[in-house]
Design a protein around this ligand. Structure first.
Ligand code: SAH
Ligand code: SF4
Ligand code: F3S
Length: 481
């Protein structure tokens, strides 16, 4: 199945978008054609957790007689799976709702629902503020969708925004809508207990809970049996994964889960995201070192390079801690391991020197990649209640630009270091620019493009890289003995 990506031009769009990030990307789930009576059009915003949840929602509604469609004009039900992470993300959804209003005027029978983080944050207020919305459903209430849709069919408005301490949708097999048939996302935990002061996620996603380790391993096995070659284990904070069987006889932490998944097949690549610097242990790093098929790439968001700001952000680590974790990665996995980050510019009371500390941390780590944002105050968060959003927008933007410029240098340097070396690439797609080229990623998550030859999607190919652009490595296949 093809996937349709519509790119939105966001001010705070990161330099290099990736799968798991709130990147300003919108995804329209591709069509399923199984002759179901009703048509669901589902559009997802925000992070990979949302994209993954949309697959769960599609699976639930598939059982209820809905096929998905890519064409809004033929839909009976439109669902927007929304993001609240920054103000801009919410504005985008509001704009989209007003466009959908036009469709509803032409097709009064069209039902409109809002899912995800914005639904959870605004609750019934959504119905008051946006008259077009019939249905508001939070991230832990998707099993209730069939009942809620019946209410809406009966002419009522319907809302369920109850958060749960248990729900992990462990038993629901997602309809793989976002997938290229090679790489799939597997959600291993939900929610977040960290309460970073800037962040809305703990309010929209509820308490942290880990999914049954056996159901995760089984889902990965099923993916291997279906021909998949890569899984990405997903959670807001995967390193705090912690599961115990009901009789408390079996305890599994993240390093152990990672190992269980890696052992399914040497042909299966394993990735994970996101790692919180306070939780990533040497045990995880040694597990990565032991298994060739665990990709050598760690997304380790720093947010700031200054200890005072980190304290205000309630990140629970300081700069020396973060630097020590980077040294541990270098000690255990060497320079071969790629590291990326998220950075926020212009957080409350950030001085010019503190901003310089962020730049100096970036110089220190030499990140392979970064997602960079300026601070956007979110209602209800600790920062919104206790701190003043006192950095003028122009200064936030100027600091962000400095962060972006520095990162571009560092990414370019990283790409140049890849030249002249042979990389093991898992082929994911035909290149967007040329049908004669294939595209895939190396273990470090760098995109590599090379002439097609006789290779196809899902193959592992050794590629000698001879050139690069800002975001892509270019090379050709070589034989390895
Ligand atoms: N759980 C992940 C982050 C998920 S949100 C972690 O802790 O690393 C993704 C990123 O959005 C964050 O890392 C942060 O850089 C950014 N972000 C979150 N809230 C923000 C806000 N209020 N303003 C600007 N950026 C924000
Ligand atoms: Fe938000 Fe912090 Fe949780 Fe990440 S760890 S989702 S930034 S509260
Ligand atoms: Fe993800 Fe946005 Fe929610 S980043 S968890 S969809 S607020």
């Amino acid at each position: 199945m093809s996937q349709q990506l519509l790119s939105l031009d966001f001010l705070d769009t990161p330099a290099t978008p990736a799968e798991h990030q709130p990147s300003g990307e919108v995804r329209v789930s591709p069509a399923t054609r199984t002759g179901r009576q009703r048509k669901l059009y589902i559009e997802s915003y925000g992070c990979q957790m949302n994209f993954s949840d949309s697959e769960i929602v599609s699976s639930i509604l598939f059982e209820e007689g809905f096929d998905t469609t890519e064409d809004l004009a033929v839909a009976d039900l439109v669902l927007l799976n929304t993001c609240s992470i920054r103000e801009k993300a919410e504005q985008t959804v509001r704009m989209r709702l007003s466009q959908i209003n036009g469709h509803k005027k032409r097709n009064p029978g069209l039902l409109v629902g809002v899912l995800g983080c914005m639904a959870e944050r605004l609750k019934t207020k959504f119905l008051e503020e946006e008259k077009i919305v019939d249905l508001v459903v939070g991230p832990d209430a998707y099993r209730d969708l069939p009942r809620l849709i019946k209410e809406v069919d009966g002419g009522q408005k319907a809302v369920n925004v109850l958060l749960s301490r248990e729900e992990t949708y462990a038993d629901i097999t997602p309809v793989r809508l976002n997938s290229n048939g090679v790489s799939a996302f597997v959600s291993i935990m939900r929610g977040c207990d960290n309460m970073c002061s800037f962040c809305v996620v703990p309010f929209t996603r509820g308490r942290e809970r880990s999914r049954d380790a056996h159901s995760i391993v089984q889902e990965c096995r099923d993916l291997v049996a279906a021909g998949y070659k890569e899984v990405t284990l997903l959670g807001q904070n995967v390193d705090s994964y912690k599961w115990a069987s009901e009789d408390e006889q079996e305890h599994v932490n993240f390093a152990q889960l990672l190992e269980r998944v890696a052992l399914i097949s040497p042909e299966l690549r394993v990735r994970f995201s996101t790692s919180h610097p306070k939780d990533i242990t040497d045990e995880v790093l040694y597990t990565m070192a032991r298994h060739e098929n665990i990709c050598k790439y760690i997304h380790l968001p720093a947010q700031s390079g200054n200890s005072r700001i980190l304290k205000l952000m309630n990140r629970t680590y300081d700069r020396p801690w973060y630097e020590e974790r980077v040294q541990a990665i270098r000690r255990i996995l060497g320079t071969e391991c790629a590291i990326s980050t998220d950075m926020i510019s212009g957080f409350c009371s950030e001085t010019e020197e503190e901003h310089q500390d962020t730049l100096s941390l970036m110089e220190y780590v030499q990140y392979d990649m970064a997602y960079m944002f300026f601070y956007s105050e979110r209602p209800g968060t600790l920062a919104a209640r206790k701190l003043e959003d006192d950095i003028p927008l122009e200064i936030k933007k100027r600091r962000l630009q400095e962060v972006i410029d520095l990162q571009q240098k560092s990414s370019r340097l990283r790409n140049q270091l890849a030249i002249g070396k042979v990389h093991k690439v898992l082929v994911e797609n035909v290149s967007k620019r040329s049908a004669e080229h294939l595209s895939g990623r190396n273990s470090q998550n760098q995109v590599v493009v090379f002439p097609k030859g006789d290779f196809k999607k899902g193959d592992y190919v050794h590629v000698l890289v001879h050139d690069c652009t800002a975001s892509t490595l270019i090379g050709e296949a070589v034989a390895v003995s």
